[in-house]
Design a protein. Sequence first.
Length: 315
Amino acid sequence: MRVLFAGTPDFAAAHLQALLDAPEHTVIGVYTQPDRPAGRGKKLTSSPVKKLALEHQLPVFQPQSLKDPEQQRILNELQAEIMVVVAYGLILPQPVLDAPRLGCINVHASILPRWRGAAPIQRAIEAGDPETGVTIMQMDAGLDTGAMLSVCRCEIDRSETSASLHHKLEQLGAPALLHTLASIAAGRAVAVDQDDHLSCYAAKITKQEALIDWNQPAQVLDRQVRAFNPFPAAYTTLGELRIKVWQAEAVPTATEGNIPLGQIISADNAGLLVSCGEQSLLITEIQLPGKSRMALSEILKSRGELFAPRTLLGS
């Protein structure tokens, strides 16, 4: 089929690569977000999807919005048979949804209708879901509300981070997309409506959420650290220092008396044991300001005085 692709981050680029590798389809153009400032120098940077598209000499379109009638005319003139949308980041108005002969399909990183919205991978880990997956749906005017064409599932491991789950879902979604396109082309695709009563909203992750609240149970903080790895990275404070927490796990502890929340119970090669609302959090990898990520055991060799037992974090 003549496929028009729309996507922006690495997750989308993996699906574009799968389409480019499939001889039965022709990618006729790529839509992606406008270049954004990035890095310390705030230099304009192309999205992973744009970089891949340019490598393959594909036409690239980067409108600020698709609500503009002129942009809709340009898209319509491409005469796509189907549009594949993966983490694009722009709303598709009805004229765009109607432009391709077979409409628009979306690859979404959740078992719909569980997590609709911008951050389904992070929210699934944060909520403690035992599994997630990839849903391919026929797009409609709602937010991830379209009828489901394909659902693939995978377990969320006990040590899963957003980074590792992101990679796992890439590997799951790309072949599922090709299989779904084959079903659509052959007229075998079956669309199943979602149950709106089972949906949750996966709101965009904010940096403000990343601050660790030591009043929370250790299990909650464990999931928070994993969900926000690599972005925006959970953190705590020690005086004026802002310390990113990259790896941690909830552990049961037997302690006598009342220990203030956020107090360091012990610091050794096993990690930094910190009191929480329930149980304790064992932190094994952190990042000090201006430094690289390091195992706690390595940091204790040079900065052990920072993490003496009874030191209070988060104050």
